[in-house]
Design a protein. Structure first.
Length: 161
């Protein structure tokens, strides 16, 4: 059974993980990342949703011009996992989403992974939450990289179906 001091520590840690940082008080989490899906990672047991992007869902499929389906959602997660490898990832927390996940811009060796996913055609700019990655999306679409070489349903529409 927990004593009063133990409960106080648990409460402090839980509060620190659920309250978004205020302006000028950015929180950074760094460590080895496990990829959950194309726009969610886990560092030290903490779920982190990548800010202002929306990747194709893991079970979602895309369709090539020939009509052939491919597992683009699964491939988006694999692409992120391959990009990260075993290198440390550093995430600057921006917010906490309605599911309690931290929302962050994450970097590997200084490179913005959120931007990389969109520029590579593995995710779209999530304009509802930010306009940070529209330029990368436009370039990926124009070059038909990743999902842009296929027909697909926007991830937010796919989740609502």
């Amino acid at each position: 059974m927990f004593g009063l001091k133990a409960w106080a520590v648990v409460l402090c840690v839980a509060t620190a993980l659920t309250v978004p940082p205020s302006a000028g008080q950015a929180k950074t989490i760094t460590g080895t990342a496990s990829v959950i899906d194309g726009d969610t990672i886990d560092i030290h047991g903490i779920r982190i949703r990548l800010h202002a992007i929306d990747a194709i869902e893991s079970r979602q499929r895309c369709f090539l011009p020939s009509g052939k389906a491919w597992n683009c959602g699964r491939d988006a997660a694999f692409a992120l996992a391959n990009k990260i490898g075993r290198a440390p990832v550093s995430c600057s927390v921006r917010d906490v989403d309605r599911y309690g996940r931290l929302v962050a811009v994450c970097r590997k060796d200084g490179e913005d992974l959120n931007a990389w996913l969109v520029a590579s055609g593995w995710a779209v700019a999530y304009r509802r939450y930010g306009r940070d990655y529209i330029r990368q999306e436009n370039a990926a679409r124009k070059s038909q990289r990743g999902i842009w070489a296929s027909e697909f349903m926007m991830p937010w529409d796919w989740r609502r179906r």
